[in-house]
Design a protein. Structure first.
Length: 159
């Protein structure tokens, strides 16, 4: 008796409309995941380097104008919500309350985008009705943007 013929299995790679193989995650996404694994391993080890130092080093490694924006955002977030603790999150500067990331800064180079991003997690208390923004494109920081960011960060932590 012959065994029943199994259906053909599809390759793990999918194809796009142009019939090119897709590898799933981009190189940048895989790098971010590797960075997150390192962060989690580092958090489990006693005697680790300070989280704020790691955040400042990550900002210092950014290219302009993101470096300047990152430095200004770091100071602005710390002044607006001193209860937030700086930490790295997927290789990005982030700010956490009680260990939970509330907001983060993603430089444009991180995922090869045309602008940097200030994002807020679901832990941020920014709820407004049934829909509200949780990330913002940043091209430049003026006094108006800084005032809006300070207000958003204060609201995000429940002030």
């Amino acid at each position: 008796m012959k065994p029943a013929k199994k259906g053909t299995q599809k390759s793990a790679e999918s194809t796009t409309a142009n019939d090119r193989a897709s590898k799933g995650f981009t190189d940048e996404e895989r790098a971010a995941m590797r960075e997150r694994v390192k962060e989690l391993k580092g958090a489990a080890r006693p005697g680790k380097a300070g989280d704020e130092t790691a955040v400042l080093e990550k900002i210092a490694a950014m290219s302009e104008p993101d470096r300047t924006m990152g430095q200004r955002l770091h100071a602005l977030i710390k002044a607006s919500a001193p209860e937030l603790s700086p930490k790295l999150w997927y290789g990005m500067p982030a700010y956490a309350k009680d260990g939970n990331v509330v907001c983060f800064f993603q430089d444009a180079r991180k995922f090869k985008t045309r602008y940097a991003t200030l994002g807020f997690s679901d832990k941020a208390a920014l709820d407004e009705g049934h829909m509200w923004p949780n990330s913002f494109a940043l091209k430049e920081l003026t006094a108006a943007e800084e005032a809006r960011i300070a207000a958003l960060v204060k609201k995000a932590v429940g002030r």
